[in-house]
Design a protein around this ligand. Structure first.
Ligand SMILES: [Zn+2]
Length: 247
């Protein structure tokens, strides 16, 4: 499932479509394009030129010159492809450009989204960019297991199940620790490891590349000390951690 690193790589792919003018739009998949009926996105975007590509958490959007913004989400298995050589039966949404190129949301599972002028008011700040004071406030408040809080996209956005386990292992924090019990230095360390884990995952190609992720699994052992990993459901998701170095 795409997390922040996958969305950031997709955003970088979107950059190769900037400066190009939209001449046609295939928005006939009314599930992927909900709530827009077929033709609505096409009418709004045709004739406009893509200007900038942004991301917050797992959400991406393209601004146009003098026109509406286009929000894109990869869902569980979507990919952004710019100038593909062939069409695919999994192409759910397509922008065609005046130079003959195309931008495609290719998604086998059909859980991606394309939407005009997306509303991000319910989405927290991006996990890779949130400031120290805001991180302390948003992550340290209340009494939730820290793993559940990291997954709460309203608190900060972009962290999924794998990245959360990787971050907590790097920061040597148990996923069951309660947010209100974390000290300022715990929270600051956690934020450093959020940024480090995200940067590494973007560079290496995704959340699955983390050192701890390779060890995650039944009979998994801690890459740091060889201790057998614990496993439980926390925040609704299967969670692994090392009881020795994540007290
Ligand atoms: Zn360990």
């Amino acid at each position: 499932m795409p997390e922040l690193p996958e969305a950031e790589r997709a955003r970088r792919t979107l950059e190769s479509a900037l400066g190009r003018r939209i001449v046609d739009v295939d928005d006939r998949d009314s599930y992927v394009c909900r709530p827009h009926p077929p033709g609505e996105i096409a009418t709004a975007l045709t004739g406009h030129t893509l200007a900038t590509a942004h991301r917050r958490g797992k959400f991406m959007w393209l601004e146009t010159e003098d026109g509406p913004a286009l929000g894109l989400h990869l869902g569980m298995a979507g990919r952004i492809v710019v100038d593909p050589e062939d069409s695919s039966r999994w192409d759910r949404f397509t922008l065609g450009f005046d130079d003959g190129g195309r931008l495609v949301l290719r998604d086998k599972r059909r859980l991606g989204r394309a939407v005009l002028n997306p509303d991000f008011s319910h989405v927290g700040p991006d996990a890779a960019e949130v400031g120290r004071v805001e991180f302390r406030r948003r992550i340290g408040a209340g009494r939730a297991p820290i793993k559940a809080r990291l997954l709460d996209q309203r608190a900060i956005s972009g962290i999924g199940n794998l990245l959360a386990d990787q971050i907590l292992w790097q920061a040597r924090v148990s996923p069951k620790r309660l947010t209100g019990d974390l000290s300022m230095s715990d929270l600051d360390r956690l934020r450093r490891e959020v940024r480090a884990a995200v940067r590494s995952a973007i560079r290496k190609g995704g959340a699955h590349t983390g050192r701890f992720i390779a060890a995650r699994g039944r009979d998994g052992r801690c890459p740091r000390d060889g201790h057998r990993l614990d496993r439980d459901r926390i925040g609704g998701r299967t969670t692994y951690w090392c009881p020795a170095c994540q007290p």
